[in-house]
Ligand binder design. Structure first.
Ligand SMILES: [Zn+2]
Length: 353
């Protein structure tokens, strides 16, 4: 069913939902059950590069193209980085770095020599924060599957196979000077910090959103619990225009929060502030295009893919803003890559919303 008729169908069936925090507890998702206990080591404590211990696969539709896609993330040698490989186009490779960013409207799209790779942000965000430095992402179409609109399935499968350390040191990009960018009422800045941190705020004139802000300090556990479950969102009144522009053709209530004038078409929100959390999820995917683990604090207000990627370009083009450092973790703790963690319980991410 097309997204439009799909949404109209739901529109007729459901009354827009009131505030999620007004819902009885039984109708809210129990997010405290997700990922209890330590699993992967902190993002900035890793001494050696890592790759996946085994390949993981995903299938679904692209949010914007609406076409089916199969994707497989496979282990890769040290210093490979995260690289997409279009298996439908003679294994054409597109490196996940800022030089290959083509479009930033509604999703982050990479392009190299005319070959596109779209909506990369949720997958890259997950790989980046969980500490996957090297991987080949084999894909047989031009858009990463949207799955349930969040990063839950990505992190669940990464956890299931685990990671392995590689014989090459991790090099951190450590911010040493402040950079501030402004575009009308949108702002973004980065400043020196002890770890990778993001403070994000948004302001939408909508009763379910309004002003929301969230502070995130990069850690696989916090990401899994607080950020990864947050879903993509969009406005119902924009759907028709977006579809005319070839966007959101695969969108449905199963993979996005759809906002009406005063509520949502979906049954529930996963968090009262799911919207700003999703902005953090997206932004990490964009910041990962810097190509190295980042140490610095980002403060963003009403920003989006365009500003995130602009910040990354600006940082990389000014060598005085940062330095590269290895052995960052050992300067702060005695730990190297520690693989004695216990894997947490798997999450069922296919639960309907
Ligand atoms: Zn997103």
């Amino acid at each position: 069913m097309s997204v439009h008729s799909n949404l109209r169908h739901f529109h007729n069936l459901l009354t827009p939902q009131s505030l999620a925090n007004d819902l009885p507890a039984s109708r809210r998702e129990n997010r405290t059950r997700l990922f209890t206990g330590p699993f992967f080591q902190e993002f900035w404590l890793l001494k050696f590069q890592q790759t996946l211990a085994a390949a993981i696969s995903f299938s679904g539709v692209g949010l914007h193209t609406g076409t089916s896609v199969d994707l497989k993330v496979v282990p890769a040698p040290p210093n490979t980085g995260l690289v997409f490989e279009r298996v439908d186009l003679d294994n054409f490779r597109i490196e996940a770095n800022i030089k290959n960013v083509a479009r930033v409207a509604y999703a982050t799209t990479l392009m190299k020599r005319g070959v596109l790779l779209s909506t990369v942000e949720h997958l890259l965000s997950s790989l980046y924060i969980l500490g996957v430095d090297n991987a080949i992402i084999e894909i047989n179409n031009l858009e990463v599957p949207i799955l349930d609109g969040s990063a839950l399935e990505f992190i669940t499968k990464i956890q299931q196979v685990g990671l392995k350390a590689q014989p090459a040191k991790r090099k951190y990009l450590v911010i040493q000077k402040r950079l501030y960018l402004k575009d009308h009422d949108k702002t973004i800045s980065i400043l020196p910090a002890e770890s990778f941190q993001i403070s994000y705020s948004i302001d939408f004139k909508h009763p379910l959103i309004g002003k929301q802000s969230f502070d995130f300090e990069a850690s696989p556990e916090t990401f899994a619990k607080e950020i990864a479950p947050a879903r993509t969102f969009g406005f119902f009144h924009e759907v028709e225009v977006l579809r005319k522009n070839g966007l959101v053709r695969g969108g449905s209530l199963q993979n996005a929060i759809v906002l009406t004038e005063d509520g949502i078409l979906n049954d529930i929100l996963r968090f009262k502030d799911e919207f700003v959390r999703h902005k953090i999820l997206d932004s990490i995917g964009d910041f990962s295009l810097i190509g190295r683990p980042l140490i610095g604090r980002i403060i963003a207000h009403k920003a989006g893919h365009a500003m995130h990627t602009h910040l990354v370009s600006k940082i990389l083009s000014d060598r005085s803003l940062w330095r590269l450092e290895s052995d960052l973790g050992s300067k702060r703790s005695k730990a190297g890559n520690n693989y004695s963690y216990r894997l947490p319980r798997t999450v069922n991410s296919s639960r309907p919303v």
